[in-house]
Design a protein around this ligand. Structure first.
Ligand SMILES: [Fe+2]
Length: 346
């Protein structure tokens, strides 16, 4: 099926959008990924990438890692054909459990519960099909598909003190249950942390700060843009004149962009291309590269141009992860990069 045919096929099942929804999205908080083996994935994200283990739900073979920026940078969830059941006995997973490794969802941090509930109610009124509405203990969360079939989570934190309920526990039990956004008065507290205490894993080759952004392959930039702009509430930073790629970001503006959408001209899978983790400085990148070489861990790709310095690794399930420091943003320059390399140089 060509990309154009694929877009037409997907348009028939595309969710309905209304410009009025606009979640108050600040930034990507985490990537939740399906993995084939929790021990192997944890050894990579903790032992190699340097993210601290903050808690596990052993009965569903899930684990969370964070370096302090927020309650988790990565959620690692066993890939399975079975639905996951939460602590209230109800299904907590969305119907994207395909039994194979890949992105489960990107978690987007929003301003607060009040704004989250308001966007949800605007969406319900407009006929948007939300797939799950959950209480994770430390966050309230709303899930839906984008037009390419990728799941996005929009959430607000219940507390700044997420370490109190995650606590690095070997087994937290189950933490998720259903949530009715319209029961109770939503709070206006801003529970993200402005100046987090960043941690690292002693002995790990890499010392990243946080999951900072992502690159997605999309069927067609114009086709998916209403979702990212009008539902996700992201600001368009730059769109290539030929519509082959676009950059967007949320209101926190911690780096030059939060997501790059690259048109799928190379027949890749739609959705996740890679997650990018911000490094503190270029010295930390050089040190990480040297540590990886010493440990015999192969680097998939290095990028060292006027816009960024970074390197890519593959996790045990062949998902790509980038570690970067920005130099001078130049969004138009990506057009000069060969089509198949654009997601790496984004
Ligand atoms: Fe999530």
């Amino acid at each position: 099926m060509s990309v154009a045919e694929d877009v037409r096929a997907r348009a028939k099942i595309a969710p309905k959008y209304e410009p009025a929804v606009k979640f108050s999205t600040r930034r990507p908080g985490h990537a939740n990924i399906f993995i084939s083996d929790l021990d192997k994935a944890y050894a990579f994200y903790n032992g190699v990438c340097g993210f601290e283990g903050v808690g596990f739900e052993r009965s569903i073979k899930a684990g969370f890692v964070s370096n302090g920026n927020t309650h988790h940078d990565f959620g690692l969830v066993q890939a399975s054909f079975q639905p996951r059941i939460g602590k209230d006995g109800k299904q907590q997973s969305i119907n994207n459990y395909v039994g194979k490794p890949g992105l489960n969802h990107i978690g987007w941090e929003t301003v607060n519960q009040k704004e989250l509930v308001a966007a949800y109610n605007r969406g319900v009124k407009a006929g948007v099909e939300f797939k799950q509405v959950l209480h994770h203990g430390g966050s309230w969360a709303i899930y839906l598909y984008d037009p390419d079939g990728t799941v996005h989570e929009f959430y607000a934190d219940t507390t700044k003190d997420w370490r109190q309920y995650l606590s690095g526990a070997h087994d937290l039990g189950l933490i998720t249950s259903q949530w009715n956004p319209n029961v109770g008065t939503p709070i206006e507290d801003h529970n993200w942390i402005d100046d987090p205490e960043y941690r690292h894993v002693e002995g790990a080759p890499i010392r990243p700060l946080r999951v900072a952004r992502t690159v997605f392959m999309v069927s067609d930039v114009d086709y998916v843009m209403p979702f990212y702009r009008d539902v996700a509430g992201l600001e368009l930073v730059y769109a290539a004149p030929d519509k082959s790629y676009a950059y967007l970001r949320g209101s926190a503006k911690q780096t030059s962009f939060d997501i790059c959408l690259v048109r799928n001209d190379v027949d890749a899978d739609l959705g996740y291309h890679h997650i990018a983790c911000e490094m503190p400085n270029e010295k930390a990148i050089a040190e990480a590269e040297a540590n990886l070489a010493k440990a015999g861990i192969p680097i998939l790709q290095k990028v060292d141009d006027s816009r960024k310095r970074s390197f890519f690794l593959e996790d045990p399930d062949k998902l790509k992860v980038e570690f970067f420091v920005d130099r001078k943003p130049d969004f138009a320059a990506l057009a000069k990069v060969k089509t198949d390399l654009r997601p790496l140089f984004a």
